[in-house]
Design a protein around this ligand. Structure first.
Ligand code: PAF
Length: 277
């Protein structure tokens, strides 16, 4: 596995590979990331990953400085998963002084995470566009866990005619249902136990849908009821939204996106389930 910390080094190594699958990450890898690497390997042959904690997608009061980092462990995991090439730039390499350009995807960034994290998706779209330009992948792999990020990136790729396919892979969960996330490491033991409320809330709403309920308000209430029963959980939002526009629905139809954001102590967690289409 080759490791490149500069754009020039990366481009040189990339030139020796043909069709390439790409897994962009902010490091502190877990099974969710590794499942993307393995899928990319199966589908594309060669795989590149990036490890870059992107400062522009964190708000001023968010966890950029304490975001977990462990480069040696990440590189060992990527090597074991069959990654061929890893891009590990520093902030100055990605954002040299004087950069004036950003990528802004509108409308689908107004709701959900976009509403509570102003500027977040501008940071995500900009860094992902830069990474796509550097890596030149045929396919890029993202986890369903960050559902709105997937919608935003698909839109950007479509609207800017980027020559690659965006592939969204299922959320990988712990045995008790908690969606894997690098931020789970922040959870205190009691918060870790309480965190199962997120997937339980989604499951409760999905079960109502399966039983025939089509009123989106009732599905939202079912999620709120499960979360309210967990004293440590502070609800930020619960949503039943159109899967492409991310606008709230009144009546649920196949493929609708159930999602939520919850605070447990100092940690903010998100999760979602797309209803069967
Ligand atoms: O999902 C992430 O880890 C990040 O948002 C991404 C896509 C690597 C951009 O920094």
């Amino acid at each position: 596995m080759e490791i490149a910390a500069t754009i020039a080094e990366f481009r040189q190594a990339r030139g020796r590979l043909g069709r390439l699958g790409f897994v962009p990450t902010m490091g502190f890898l877990h099974e969710g990331h590794l499942s993307l690497v393995r899928r990319a390997r199966e589908e594309c042959g060669a795989v590149a990953a990036s490890i870059f904690v992107n400062p522009t997608q964190f708000g001023p009061s968010e966890d950029f400085s304490r975001y977990p980092r462990d480069m040696e462990r990440d590189l060992a995991l990527l090597r074991a998963a069959g990654c061929d090439l890893v891009f590990t730039p520093g902030v100055a390499e990605m954002y040299p002084p004087g950069s004036l350009t950003a990528v802004e995807v509108t409308t689908v960034t107004d709701t959900l995470e976009g509403a509570v994290r102003p500027g977040h998706f501008r940071g995500v779209a900009t860094v992902v566009a830069k990474l796509f330009n550097i890596v030149q992948p045929s396919c890029a792999y993202f986890g369903q866990k960050d559902a709105q990020q997937c919608v935003v990136i698909r839109r950007m790729v479509r609207d800017l005619d980027m020559p690659l396919e965006v592939i969204v892979c299922p959320t990988v969960r712990e045995v008790d249902g908690l969606a894997m996330s690098s931020r789970n490491v922040y959870l205190q033991p009691d918060e870790r136990q309480a965190a199962t409320a997120l997937s339980r809330a989604l499951d409760a709403a999905a079960a109502l849908y399966k039983a025939g309920e089509r009123d989106a308000g009732r599905l939202r209430q079912a999620m709120r009821d499960v979360l309210a029963a967990e004293p440590l959980a502070g609800i930020e939002y619960v949503s039943v939204a159109d899967p492409e526009l991310l606008s709230e629905l009144e009546t649920v139809s196949a493929g609708a996106l159930l999602s939520l954001a919850v605070r447990l102590g100092r940690t903010r967690l998100i999760d979602n389930i797309p209803l069967p289409g």
